[in-house]
Design a protein around this ligand. Sequence first.
Ligand code: SAM
Length: 310
Amino acid sequence: MSGPRGAMLRPVRDPEPPSPEAAQQAERIGPTAHYTAYVWRRLGLPHAEHLATRQGAVLYWGFFALGEWATRLSPSVPSMREFLEYRHRLIDAVVDEWRPGCVVELGAGLTPRAVRWAADRGVPGIELDLPAMARAKRARLARLPAPVRARLASLHAVHDADVLAPDLPERLAGLIGGHPRPVVIAEGLLSYFDLAPRQRVLAAVAEALRRVGGGAMVCDLHTAAAQAEVGWAAHALRTAIRGLTRRRRALDPFEDLAAVQQAFARAGFDDAREALPQAYVDAQPRLARLRSPAHVIVARVGPMALGALS
Ligand SMILES: C[S@@+](CC[C@H](N)C(=O)[O-])C[C@H]1O[C@@H](n2cnc3c(N)ncnc32)[C@H](O)[C@@H]1O
């Protein structure tokens, strides 16, 4: 089957097994994909009900008990659910504006986004994650209703991939090459990496986009400057996330937005900006009342403009 632009996915070769660094990350970060999948289901996002897991429900309510409840004490502080909904809807709006000819999601976990693009929009949606999570995703996808699975057909794929592996530029370029306006998305992924591997992923994406003639990257990132504004509640959230991911540290932020822009420039992007929710309220009305200290960043390689961004 082919999409409206005659787009089909190309076969890809098997990857190397994940590095020890990635395996360790996976053990720590993996559970958070179950958590977010349960949030996507609670938000009623299309197809999310088929991808959420019991583990996600247990984590969601466990996390609430661990400290997330503290965010509910102040109306000026976003709850974890609001925080996740903000980034997911804002990323959706930004990607939509780009009118992508294909979307690739790094560290896709159990998100329904690529399924939505492929099954509901006819745009190729490719997901990359470490082998155990990719396997779990494929098992959940097998439970989608038959008509949805039929619409996915050759427009959707979940690949085993370690985004920290040196072959990421080549693999990504192979996946997005030939599609107009490719968009690479990393939601809830980069902040779990230390600064050096985070920079490596940005550079790999920029290189892949450059090799295919350009495209965009959309991701969420944190800055110490924005976190300071939500004060003690951010501290409560970070403590809870450390518990969930069994990390000594959680969400090591960039200093400020200038440091974020420098990181994208160093990685080889031509432009990087923060997407502001006010610009996307028509497309995603709920953004009018959602808040988050997270920044959604859209970065570009190549000639296309960045549209309605700040
Ligand atoms: C917080 S979850 C986010 C999942 C999804 N993007 C969402 O927003 O619902 C992070 C995901 O990144 C994946 N991940 C962690 N390290 C990775 C790596 N080195 N390569 C590929 N995926 C990785 C985890 O397996 C997990 O699925």
